[in-house]
Design a protein. Sequence first.
Lengths: 425, 425
Amino acid sequence: MNYQRFLEEAIDQVHAERRYRVFADLERIVGKFPRAIWRANGKAEEITVWCSNDYLGMGQHPDVVAAMQQAAGNMGTGAGGTRNISGNNHPLVELEHELADLHGKEAGLVFTSGFVSNEAAISTIGRLLPNCLILSDELNHASMIEGVRRSGAEKKVFRHNDVAHLESLLQAAGRERAKLIVFESVYSMDGDIAPIAEIADLAEKYNAMTYIDEVHAVGMYGGRGGGITEREGLAHRIDIIEGTLAKAFGTLGGYITGTRSVIDAVRSYAPGFIFTTALPPSIAAAATASIRHLKTSQAERDAQQRQATHTKQVLADAGLPVMESATHIVPILVGDPELCKMASDRLLGVHGIYIQPINYPTVPRGTERLRVTPTPFHSDALIAELKAALVETWNALGIPYRTEGHTEVPKSERIVSLLVPQSGG
Amino acid sequence: MNYQRFLEEAIDQVHAERRYRVFADLERIVGKFPRAIWRANGKAEEITVWCSNDYLGMGQHPDVVAAMQQAAGNMGTGAGGTRNISGNNHPLVELEHELADLHGKEAGLVFTSGFVSNEAAISTIGRLLPNCLILSDELNHASMIEGVRRSGAEKKVFRHNDVAHLESLLQAAGRERAKLIVFESVYSMDGDIAPIAEIADLAEKYNAMTYIDEVHAVGMYGGRGGGITEREGLAHRIDIIEGTLAKAFGTLGGYITGTRSVIDAVRSYAPGFIFTTALPPSIAAAATASIRHLKTSQAERDAQQRQATHTKQVLADAGLPVMESATHIVPILVGDPELCKMASDRLLGVHGIYIQPINYPTVPRGTERLRVTPTPFHSDALIAELKAALVETWNALGIPYRTEGHTEVPKSERIVSLLVPQSGG
């Protein structure tokens, strides 16, 4: 047994599949968002980030930064323990109240990441309910798939956003069996939205619990940033709403909200929650400041939608293959993994524009893409620069332009396996 | 199917087993460590925390607080993405270099928690190595047990710190089979230390990989805070050293260090790493400041050992049943779950001293205990107060005093299951 050789072969395999990741070394600049310093080959230069999940630039908001600094100054840099053993800090308690209020739920529970929140919550609920059947959208995120897998429950995958398919599975299971429907509101790679009302109708009809992932929607949709469920007046019809503090809210961590019982059950039974150090007070305080700001300020949401719409229009007018998207996410089709990687490298190296390539298995083969996320701070001038850089890159590499209208591509199940490295993430 | 009722019954079960957790609402006070504000029943009062895992009080260190504040001011409150998609911030790159240097390894990899680092690293390595056999100490932490389980690999549990038992298992597996030995340096509930040299000898003899969890040792042992492996000059003989940034280093997150290949393999294959937002620059900068300080300053380690020794002596002199411990951890035997909870409640309510009860299944039944962690900031005066409070509590509740010498209790495997809620954590 030669351990070194086996590990090297595993890495060689990732290289061979052209999916080896090199992380860009970035230093964001408060006050100059979305600009950042990029370090490579001993040099440092300023570039524009076009693929950040700090969707509203709240990580740079003066109130949010001040909340973090003040909490660190008053309470220190860490929590000092798990929630149960001396780590349950007051700002975290306040944050959970804020989140419950945001979604109109009885209670909230914060985790150190969105990944852990999905994994811990879904696996715990699926395990606590006797003979539970989990119905999972085929495009669900890796963290949800892990949660389903770890629940030990039987799983049925329904075709993406296909309520007829979902209904046939619910019908086959019957009203009496415990059922949990897990899905997302905004699917982050395509930017499309789930038929939440229809899924809620089905859940009611067949007596199923519902679990929605709103990580790409909280802060950005709904009058107070409660996500698509708030915008569509459906929050009260979904049992568990999961979200993140690490995207539009600009900090770190994930959470769930729901009835007191469901939150208490996850809190009491999930090892990934129980045995983990609590989020520091500084992170909790910053997240609360961000949520509170976005509960009353519509300016960021409006500006984001305006700049996203403008970006789509400008790129489409230039003939670039902008894929259909109902949200702030702007995917641009490349359709080939090598070209996608080359386009990303050229944009960064030649144009100082940073957009990660999105390849299989995060998206189906043949639909490799660049995924652009305009924020309120991506000005019209930056959008014009982006268009020029993309056109130059498309021409230089011979990537196909759009043929007619918006570009539609087939969606199919992303395969997520521990042994198949992911291109996303 | 009545979902609400099933969830309520699950919670009732935790209540019935007297293991329902109520999290104390605490606000730590920079400059007054280990004092904190405790909120309960509409009141707020100042108490002394005696069970913090901020073992050296570094979460309050001026350099560490300043590093967090400065990074937040310069780079914002969040990372804005996963490591691969725009979240790989410069302070995090520096932190990984610092950690590799701390343990004399080629590379390091940071996770959002120690739980995730164990789970992701052990499960990934165990899965990548063909037909791997994992040999796991029976007292390993829940996060390691989860990692072993999720690897899908065959597991053999060896009796706690029993090298003869471990050898018999290694021998049975043979030199050719892939084998991973996973163990801790300091076991946090008993405070005892693994026979690392003997385990390294066996690993060499039988050609096994070794994985050590040093979360309760990093920062506190070794000339530069590299843990027990550094203190005993054994770091180079262990393949993977795992640690935390959330205990002695006073911030948040976990990490592994090892050869470039093993780190690259985990980095490339672990979904729990790939699909998670990176730690914010402010956390990374604070952690680096803390590690750097403890690499050159011996004062905190000396003071911690001095105060821990003094605490053991003072409590033992008072006849309290202090359990044997080779480290800074001071367990005090209660031996009954109800009494343990009552003692904890009385200490907090009557004496303003906060120590969580540690009950089954975190520790075997009949060995329920209070687990005290003296820091450099627990002065002789605070130790005297602790002694008086414990004696009053022991008398009031009729808890048995020590009979002779140090108190020894049997150690047995802690059962960790998703459906058996843990008392620890």
